[in-house]
Every structure is written in structure tokens, then in C-alpha cells.
Design a binder for this molecule. Sequence first.
Ligand SMILES: Nc1ncnc2c1ncn2[C@@H]1O[C@H](COP(=O)(O)OP(=O)(O)OP(=O)(O)O)[C@@H](O)[C@H]1O
Ligand SMILES: [Mg+2]
Length: 361
Amino acid sequence: MYVNQIYLSNFRNYKKGLVKFSKETNVIYGANAKGKTNILEAICIMSTARSHRGAKEEELINIESVSSKIGVEFYSQGRENRGVIEFNRNKKRRIKINNVPIEKTSRLMGYLNSVIFCPEDLKLIKGSPKERRRMIDLGICQLRQKYFTALSEYYKILEQRNRLLKDNPQSEMLWVWSEKLCISGADIIWFRHSYMNKLAIHAKSIVKEICNENLQIEYDCGFEVNDFNDKEGIKNSFLEELKKCKEREIRFGMSLLGPHRDDFRIILNGTDAKQYASQGQQRTIALALKMAEVKLIEEDKGEMPVLLLDDVLSELDEKRREYVLKNIKNIQVIITCTDKDLFGQIPHVNLINVDEIKQEG
Ligand SMILES: Nc1ncnc2c1ncn2[C@@H]1O[C@H](COP(=O)(O)OP(=O)(O)OP(=O)(O)O)[C@@H](O)[C@H]1O
Ligand SMILES: [Mg+2]
């Protein structure tokens, strides 16, 4: 799949903007704070309905405007598609694909798949579990609409249960909400385990290829599970563990166990990468995770996603950059950078000057 063009209206720093892309490598270049990342962000929003930077909707609207619009023309699933998302300060956002309104956000997932690699990802290994969960969630949501729905459901239940733990922990209802949490949580755990297993295999072989080191990634849901294929079993184990931490949960007034606390272990050459990996090793693992995501999407959908590289190539050393450049042959890539000379050696590169995207008025 690939993006043909994107137009923006009152999105971030663009009053009006239009960018046309080639199917191969595109490089958006220009000085800092000109709006390069904003373009990639708009593409991410079209694929996952949210900002990869975790921005709130109001931040996406130009400060001088009340609404903003992103329009993306892209090719996927054997046809040309046109997606439009409108944000409004006072109303709910509106999404349309091929002129048909999308009422449930989950329905947007899978139209346009993208993988973004940005400087923040270089901190993924030693950063907080929340960042790693975000990465997995965005990855799975793009492949499974059901996961998006299950995740929203889980967080709604979690909120209710937390409120009860805080306001009325002795209520009979706590048991009901615990049961709901475990049923919904088991669903999430099942999806995440299956996704992480596949991601781990690809990431392992990428790390081996780049630097001949041994990477293991293990999903950790916070309690023992005998068989991850058995949802009922996961639910029962979750419920058992939850009973054990009841007193603590009441003391803290919140749910202490479940997918909202999940993480994955990253083990490089037998030791915990979160503690021991060097800067370079962390970068290799982050890169491998992203490139593994690309491979997973290709495997699952039979189509390459759009790869968005936000100013990261300059942060990688020669060997890692070479790996990336070697692996961006049959895929549309949109790269941002301040120094376009870095990309002189790539054939057929479409150079886009960020100053020419912006059309005032
Ligand atoms: N809602 C908004 N309204 C107006 N301007 C905004 C809004 N949100 C962000 N901006 C502006 O967008 C610019 C940042 O854009 P972006 O992050 O895309 O820059 P960049 O070209 O990627 O820069 P760098 O090279 O430093 O990463 C800043 O000038 C910022 O003030
Ligand atoms: Mg940027």
C-alpha cells in the first residue's frame, strides 16, 4: 500500500498544505519546527485514529482555528481510497472513508497500515512499560479491529472498577466488576501474547542479521498462565491472582493487576536489556522491533505498510543505516530530515522541501 497524496487544512502549523508522494522513497527536508513531523503524524492518524505522539485532538487544530481536516488519498486492498478526518473544538471528530462515514473508530483500522520510527522510540527499551504497551496496542489495532474494540471495553471496565475500589470497596459489586475485568482482560492477553510471539521471532532474526547478537522477547502479563491459547484458563488465573491482591487493591484504591500493567521482557545475549543494554544495542533493538512490525503487517495483510522514518537515520550508525536502506526496497518510505544530503545515494528519491508544502491562506 502507499499514500498518493495528503492535504491538510488548519492542521497543526498548516493553514493549508498539500503533499504528493511517490511509491518509493520520499524525503521531506527542512529546518527544525517547520512541520515535517506533523505530516507523518497526519498519516499515522489516518491509520490508527490517534496521534503517535499521544497528542490531544485540540492540539491538532491550528491555534487560530476551530476545526482542522486531514485528507489522505492512498492505495490499499487493491483499490484507491480516500480518507478524511475532521477535528472540531466543540464537536466529536468525524471520519469518512470513500465518502462513507465511519461511526465506529475500530472500522478505520486496517485501511491504511503504517509503521512509524521516531527519535522517542530509541528510548523504548529503557523507557516506561506504558510506551511499550502503546507500541503493541497500535500494532495490533492496525491488524485486528476486534482488538481495538476489546481494548476500549477493557479500559471502560477498569475505570468502573477503579471508581468502586476508591469509593466503595466493600460493595458486593466489586466481585462483578472483577469478573468482567478478567473476562475482558483475558481477551487482551490472548491477543497480545499471540502478537508478541510473532514479533519476537522477526525481531530476533533482524538483530542476528545486523550485529549477530541474540535477542529474546517475552510477553509478561504479570501472573502465571499455563496455556495462552486457552482464554477461559487465562481468565481463571487472572481471577485467582486478583483475589490474592484484594487487600492491597483496597488499600491503594485501584486495580493493580491486568493488561493495563503488562510489559514484555527484552533479553539481549542472556541479560535484561532494560538494565544492561548499551546505547547502540538499544537502538538496534528499537530498530528491530519496528522492522519486525513491518514484516508482521506484510505477513498478515499480504501488503507492505507505509514506513515513516522521522529523523532517525541520522541517529543510527553506518551498519544500522545500511540495514534500513537495504530493506526499504519494495515499500513506500517517507523520511524526514534536516540534511537532505544524507540521502543522495538512494535511487529515485522524491525530495520534498517542507517550505513548499505550506500554503498560507
Ligand atoms: N496546533 C498548532 N497550531 C499551530 N502551530 C502548531 C500547532 N501544533 C504544532 N505547531 C507548530 O508546528 C511546528 C512543529 O512542527 P513539527 O514537529 O512537524 O516540526 P519538525 O519540522 O518536525 O521539526 P524538527 O526538525 O525539530 O523535528 C512548531 O513550529 C509548532 O509550534
Ligand atoms: Mg520533527
